[in-house]
Design a protein around this ligand. Structure first.
Ligand SMILES: Nc1ncnc2c1ncn2[C@@H]1O[C@H](COP(=O)(O)OP(=O)(O)OP(=O)(O)O)[C@@H](O)[C@H]1O
Ligand SMILES: [Mg+2]
Length: 673
C-alpha cells in the first residue's frame, strides 16, 4: 500500500479539529484522501462505504461516543481490520485509555495534533491494518485466499515458464546458428555476441563484449564505406553489404552482412543487431574453380598454338634445309669478286635467321629431339653464371642460392642451359635501372594437396629452379601471354618473343611445370619444376659437365653477324683468351696477316660475305699450313660440307650452340698435337 493513495477517515464533532487535520495531511501526505464525519453513525456509514486504511476517532461525541463507534467497528467482520486511533486530550487518564484499548483501538493521538506524530501514527497503522487483515481473517477465508493465490501463482508460474522456454529456445537457436550475431548499443559498443562470433573471429566473449566492432576491422573498406553504413542504420534503415574483416590471428574473412536497428515500442532505436554470413570459403572455392577453368583453358590454348606452330615450323624447316643447303654450297663456289656473291650471301643470311626462328618454334612445339642425361642442375647454373656475367651490366647483382644437396634431373643439357639463359636475359631486360637477379635451386615434393590445387601436376619429387628479379614486373594482360610465341613487349628488332616459348616447350618436354609470379613494379619470379631422378650423374655428364677449361692463347674469330660475333668474343674472353675479330673472310685473312705470330687458332664461320670461311682458311693455310681451325656452320647437313669437314685436322661445330660447348671445343683443338 502506497502512503500516497491511502484513505483516512476522521470522525470528530469538532470542525476545528478536522480543519487542522486536513491542513497537516495536505502538507505531509498530499495524496492521502481524507473523509470526515461529525458523528459516530455517519462515521460508521463512511467506513463501510470507503473502506479506509485508518480511522481517527474522537472519544467524546454527542450521541454515540468513540468507544461505542470503535466497538461497532470491531464487531463488523468487514471493518474490524481497519486500525482505529483515538484522538485524545493531553491529559487523558489511564482509565479512558484502558477503555479505549478494550474497545479494540490500536493507538492514541493527542490533540492538538503534532504533524510528525500524526504521520508516524498513520504509517504505523497501515502496517497494523495488514496484520489485522490476516489476524481477523477466518480460517476458511484464509484457506480460500491461499487457494486463490496458489492458483494465481501457478498461472503466473506457468506463464513465466512458457516465457522462459520461449526465451531459451530463442537463445539456443541464436547460439547454435552458424550466422554470427552481434547486438550493440547506439554507439556501436558490443552488448552481446553469439558463439558463432567466437568461432568465427577467434575472440572470446570477454574480449569482445564492451568493445566496438572496430576490433575486427581489416582496413579493406574505406572511411566512406563506414560512414554510409552508419548513416543508413542510424536513419532507421537496414544496411546490407559485403565486408572484409580480420580475425584475431590476423587472417582476413569476408562476410555478407545485414545490420538492422532495433526499436522500442515507442519507435525509438535502442540497439543495432548485425548478422554476418561468412562467405570466405565460398569465395575461395569459386575462385579456385575459376582459376582451374582458366588454367585448363590456357593449357588448351597453348596446346593449340603449339600444334599450329609445330606444323608450320616443321614444313618450313624442310624448305629451309633446301634453301640453306644449296645457298651455302653456291656461295662456297662463287669467286670473291663475283657480283652475285653478296646476293647469295644475303639469301643464306636470311635463311639462317629463319632457320633459327624455326628451330625455336620447333622447340616450343616439343618437336625437337632431346638427348637427356642424368645431370646436376647446380652445375648447369655454375656453368651459365660465367657467361651471364658477360651479358649483364654492372648494375645488376646476380645472386645464386644453390641447394646443398640436389637430386639429378633427366634432361638435355643444352636445352637446360637454354632455359636458364632465356630466363636470365629476360630478368636482365626487366631491370633497365639495375637490380638483383636471384637464381635458386632446391628440392621439393608435390603432394596430393598440391595436385588438388593444380590438377596438371603429378605427385612426386622435383628439382626446382627459380629465376627472380626485382624489375618492372608484369600485369595480368602481359603475364597471361608471355609463353605465346612472338609475344613481346620489347621494341622491334629487340626481342622475337620466342624466349619464353622455348622455355615452355623445353620444360614441358622434360615433364616439368613452370609457375610464374609477377607484380608490376615489384618483380617477377619464374619457378620451374623438373622431375627429380634418384640416380648418380651419368658418366658423360660427369666428364662434360666439368667446367670447360680456358686459356690465354690468341684466337681469330670471323663471323659476319654482329650479335653472334660479340657473343663469341665475350664467351671466349670470359675463358681468358685474347680474341681478334673479323667481319668476313677477307678481313679474317687481313687480321691473320698482321697477327700471325700470335694466333693459335682460327674460328671461322663457313658462310660469310666477301669470302667464306673455307676460302679464307685456304688462303691462310698457304702462309701457315696446318694452322688449327674450327669451322662454324648454321647448317649441319654433312653432305654439303663433306669436302672439307672430312679433311684431317679440321673441326666443325654446328650453330647455334651453347657457349660452354664452344669453349670446350676450342680447348680441345688447342690441346691436340
Ligand atoms: N622477368 C621478366 N620481367 C618482366 N617481364 C618479362 C620477364 N620475362 C618476360 N617478360 C615479358 O614477357 C615477354 C616475352 O618474353 P620472351 O622471353 O618470350 O620474349 P622477349 O624477351 O620479348 O624476346 P626474346 O626472348 O625472343 O628475345 C617479354 O617481352 C616481356 O614483356
Ligand atoms: Mg626473352
Amino acid at each position: 500500500m502506497e502512503m500516497n493513495d491511502m484513505k483516512i477517515l476522521a470522525i470528530d464533532d469538532n470542525r476545528h479539529n478536522l480543519t487542522a487535520l486536513k491542513a497537516i495531511l495536505a502538507d505531509r501526505l498530499p495524496h492521502a484522501r481524507l473523509f470526515t464525519a461529525l458523528d459516530g453513525l455517519k462515521g460508521l456509514e463512511l467506513a463501510r462505504a470507503e473502506d479506509p486504511d485508518v480511522i481517527l476517532l474522537d472519544i467524546v461525541m454527542p450521541g454515540m461516543d468513540g468507544y461505542a463507534v470503535c466497538r461497532k467497528l470491531k464487531e463488523d467482520g468487514r471493518l474490524r481490520s481497519i486500525p482505529v486511533v483515538f484522538l485524545t486530550a493531553l491529559r487523558t487518564d489511564q482509565e479512558s485509555r484502558v477503555k479505549a484499548l478494550e474497545a479494540g483501538a490500536e493507538g492514541f493521538l493527542a490533540k492538538p495534533f503534532d504533524a510528525l506524530e500524526l504521520t508516524a501514527q498513520i504509517r504505523a497503522m497501515i502496517k497494523v491494518k495488514a496484520a489485522n487483515n490476516l489476524q481477523w481473517m477466518g480460517r476458511e477465508q484464509l484457506t480460500s485466499l491461499v487457494l486463490e493465490r496458489t492458483i494465481e501463482l501457478e498461472k503466473e508460474l506457468a506463464e513465466r515458464r512458457r516465457i522462459e522456454a520461449e526465451r531459451d529456445r530463442l537463445i539456443t537457436a541464436i547460439e547454435e546458428t552458424d550466422e554470427s550475431i552481434y547486438i550493440t548499443d547506439l554507439d556501436g559498443n558490443i552488448l552481446y555476441i553469439n558463439s558463432a562470433v567466437v568461432r568465427n573471429t577467434g575472440y572470446s566473449r570477454d574480449e569482445m563484449v564492451g568493445q566496438n566492432p572496430r576490433i575486427v576491422k581489416s582496413g579493406k573498406q574505406d572511411e566512406a564505406f563506414y560512414r554510409d553504413l552508419w548513416a543508413t542504420i542510424s536513419g532507421g534503415k537496414t544496411w546490407k553489404g559485403q565486408m572484409v574483416n580480420r580475425r584475431k590471428d590476423g587472417a582476413l574473412y569476408t562476410v555478407d552482412k545485414t545490420i538492422s536497428p532495433v526499436h522500442d515500442p515507442a519507435g525509438a532505436i535502442v540497439n543495432y543487431v548485425a548478422i554476418n554470413h561468412d562467405i570466405t570459403e565460398h569465395l575461395r572455392v569459386s575462385a579456385d574453380k575459376a582459376r582451374l577453368k582458366e588454367e585448363l583453358h590456357q593449357a588448351q590454348r597453348m596446346e593449340a598454338i603449339g600444334r599450329l606452330a609445330g606444323g608450320v615450323a616443321h614444313d618450313f624447316n624442310n624448305m629451309l634445309s633446301v634453301i640453306l643447303g644449296h645457298g651455302e654450297m653456291l656461295l662456297s663456289k662463287l669467286q670473291a669478286e663475283d657480283p652475285s656473291r653478296e646476293k647469295v650471301a644475303a639469301i643464306v643470311k636470311a635463311g639462317r635467321r629463319s632457320s633459327d626462328l624455326t628451330r625455336q618454334l620447333l622447340t616450343f612445339a616439343r618437336r625437337q629431339i632431346i638427348d637427356p642425361e642424368n645431370m646436376d642442375l647446380n652445375q648447369a647454373v655454375t656453368e651459365l653464371l660465367k657467361l651471364l656475367r658477360n651479358v649483364t651490366r654492372e648494375d645488376i647483382e646476380i645472386k645464386t642460392i644453390p641447394a646443398d644437396k640436389l637430386m639429378m634431373i633427366h634432361a638435355d643439357r643444352g636445352q637446360i642451359e637454354q632455359v636458364l639463359m632465356n630466363l636470365c636475359l629476360n630478368a636482365r631486360d626487366a631491370m633497365p635501372e639495375g637490380g638483383q637477379m636471384i637464381i635458386e635451386t632446391k628440392e621439393a615434393s608435390v603432394n596430393s594437396q598440391d595436385v588438388k590445387q593444380h590438377p596438371y601436376m603429378k605427385v612426386g619429387k622435383y628439382v626446382l629452379l627459380s629465376v627472380s628479379d626485382n624489375g618492372v614486373g608484369m600485369g595480368e594482360n602481359i603475364y597471361k601471354h608471355v609463353f605465346e610465341p612472338f609475344f613481346t613487349t620489347k621494341g622491334p628488332n629487340k626481342g622475337t618473343g620466342l624466349g619464353l616459348s622455348v622455355v615452355f616447350g623445353i620444360v614441358k618436354q622434360h615433364g616439368g611445370y613452370i609457375h610464374l609470379d609477377s607484380e608490376p613494379e615489384r618483380g617477377t619470379k619464374f619457378t620451374i619444376y623438373f622431375p627429380a631422378v634418384d640416380a648418380p650423374p651419368d658418366a658423360r655428364s660427369a666428364v662434360s659437365s666439368k667446367p670447360a677449361r680456358g686459356g690465354t692463347e690468341t684466337l681469330l674469330v670471323a663471323e659476319d653477324e654482329d650479335s653472334v660475333r660479340d657473343l663469341f668474343q665475350q664467351t671466349l674472353e670470359s675463358y681468358g683468351y685474347k680474341v681478334l675479330t673479323a667481319r668476313n673472310g677477307a678481313e679474317a685473312v687481313e687480321v691473320y696477316l698482321t697477327h700471325r705470330e700470335e694466333i693459335a687458332l682460327a674460328v671461322l664461320d663457313v658462310v660469310m660475305p666477301k669470302k667464306g670461311g673455307k676460302e679464307a682458311y685456304d688462303e691462310i693455310a698457304k702462309i701457315t699450313p696446318g694452322l688449327k681451325v674450327l669451322f662454324l656452320s648454321g647448317y649441319s647437313t654433312n653432305a654439303i660440307h663433306d669436302d672439307f669437314i672430312l679433311s684431317p685436322g679440321l673441326s666443325f661445330l654446328q650453330k647455334p650452340f651453347i657457349p660452354s660447348v664452344l669453349a670446350r671445343k676450342v680447348r680441345e683443338i688447342l690441346d691436340t698435337k
